[in-house]
Design a binder for this molecule. Structure first.
Ligand SMILES: Cc1cc2nc3c(=O)[nH]c(=O)nc-3n(C[C@H](O)[C@H](O)[C@H](O)COP(=O)(O)OP(=O)(O)OC[C@H]3O[C@@H](n4cnc5c(N)ncnc54)[C@H](O)[C@@H]3O)c2cc1C
Length: 423
């Protein structure tokens, strides 16, 4: 079997792994990406493509448990748990519940805002610099409401965002329709997030992958990890796979929801659960929204691109190998119907489901565990991996090359979870 040696080996070539490869290569290091499947075909494929500082408010918040309990066992609700005995999921939920506390919420929100804001600008710069043809559009995003409760929730979001310096404002129903004529007369108002942007996620990863290829970054697809080899000092020295052995100075774990499995042999308890989400992609409806919309009550997102249109969202904790529930595809259309004159484009929609890498505190894992100094996590980006990928790539490169970091990495440290560091 071949032996390969590079400065960096990255496990996982989704939006996050590719972004890490970009900045590590730019720092002058030779990079090898390994993917057990194909680059960009995981959660980074069929998602809604929002690059959204407007989503900085944490999912775990003081009101979240009440809302979650109302939805939990209804299989078409925005959040659903498929009933099963799973101690890891039960432990994850307990940790999530503990984070639904006002003090934790403001800490988490500040950390999310820092990464989302930096990543928003870095994403645009990377796309422009590398001329990635991925339909990037910085039109902003509107959340739209049908009910007074929805408006109240939108008001809270606006106040939270303003408290961390992210632009957001409220709109009434007429202002919403004037800006977005595709909205129905049932919409009573909403909120406007001018810093938000969109891109076509499959185009972003394929274009970035191509740019990396042209720069000499190596990618091995369909590559299964078999074992890790350590040196006498406890440093990770190589990863043994069915495609050969890859030696390196630095290893990055960027396998999204599969990160716990990819690192299984290292015996860490990595609290990432699969949050299954769904999307339907069609031609542009008539009328088509001019910018992305978040339906406040149903949590469905409508994303328009020049080349098409997508409805996406919903969160289902069903396990990483679960198959999709057909009812939840219909729930996407139902969840958009009352807000839009035309909720879906004509023709047979392309169905997709993917697994979000969910952590119990809504923050990613970025950084090294205490006992393996040359293994860096870049995983667990929850519902916002597209929005955070480029910022994560830069942060990882800064940390692993000993440079000044552009934001404080402490809140994302994997060591905040006890099971990551043994003993
Ligand atoms: C319906 C839906 C809508 C979403 N909308 C948005 C949105 O609008 N904006 C946003 O910011 N985020 C959104 N997300 C979340 C976002 O898609 C994810 O957070 C993000 O794609 C995670 O990227 P990643 O690179 O970490 O993981 P992935 O893209 O899943 O990549 C992981 C890679 O690791 C590989 N892999 C797996 N096992 C191994 C192994 N053992 N060894 C090596 N490689 C391995 C996989 O093949 C895959 O290529 C959405 C998610 C869903 C499901």
């Amino acid at each position: 079997m071949a032996r390969n040696k590079t400065d960096v080996v990255i496990l996982g070539a989704g939006a996050v792994g590719l972004s890490c490869a970009y900045f590590l290569h730019r720092a002058g290091l030779s990079v090898q990406l390994l993917d057990s499947g194909k680059a960009g075909q995981g959660a980074s494929l069929g998602n809604c493509g929002l690059i959204t500082p407007g989503h900085a408010p944490p999912v775990c918040s003081p009101g979240a448990m009440k809302k979650a309990l109302k939805w939990l066992f209804k299989d078409t609700a925005p959040l659903h748990v498929r009933p099963r005995l799973d101690p890891a999921l039960a432990g994850w939920m307990l940790q999530f519940a503990r984070n639904c506390d006002a003090k934790e919420t403001s800490r988490i929100m500040a950390a999310k805002a820092a990464l989302l804001t930096s990543s928003r600008d870095l994403t645009q710069k990377l796309i422009e610099k590398e001329k990635l043809d991925c339909e990037f559009s910085d039109t902003g995003l509107m959340s739209v409401c049908l009910t007074d409760q929805g408006l109240q929730d939108a008001e809270e979001v606006v106040a939270l965002l303003q408290s961390v310096g992210i632009d957001a404002s409220l709109v009434d129903g007429d202002q919403a329709r004037e800006a977005e004529p595709a909205l129905s007369s049932d919409v009573i108002g909403g909120a406007w997030f001018p810093q938000d942007a969109t891109l076509r996620p499959d185009r972003f990863t394929s274009e970035l992958n191509w740019a990396l290829h042209n720069k000499g970054v190596a990618l091995q697809e369909d590559c299964q990890i078999k074992a890790f080899n350590f040196g006498p000092s406890g440093r990770l020295e190589s990863v043994f796979t069915d495609r050969g052995t890859y030696e390196s100075e630095i290893f990055i774990a960027a396998a999204g929801v599969w990160t716990p499995r990819a690192l299984e042999k290292l015996k860490m308890k990595i609290p990432i659960q699969a949050g299954m989400g769904y999307s339907l992609t069609t031609k542009r409806p008539e009328p088509c929204p001019a910018f992305p919309l978040l339906m406040q009550e149903t949590h469905v997102v409508a994303t328009p691109w020049a080349s098409g249109y997508r409805l996406g969202g919903t969160m289902e904790f069903a396990g990483i190998d679960a198959s999709p529930n057909p009812k939840r595809f219909l729930a996407l259309i139902e969840g958009a119907r009352d807000y839009l004159i035309e909720p879906l484009g004509k023709g047979q929609p392309e169905k997709w489901h993917g697994y979000r890498p969910m952590t119990p505190d809504d923050l990613p894992l970025i950084g090294t565990p205490a006992h393996i100094e040359n293994l860096c996590f870049a995983a667990g980006h929850n519902m916002l991996g597209m929005s955070m990928a480029v910022g994560t790539g830069r942060l990882v490169a800064e940390m692993m090359t000993g440079r000044q970091t552009h934001i404080d990495p402490a809140p994302y440290s994997p060591g905040r979870f006890k099971g990551i560091n043994p003993g």
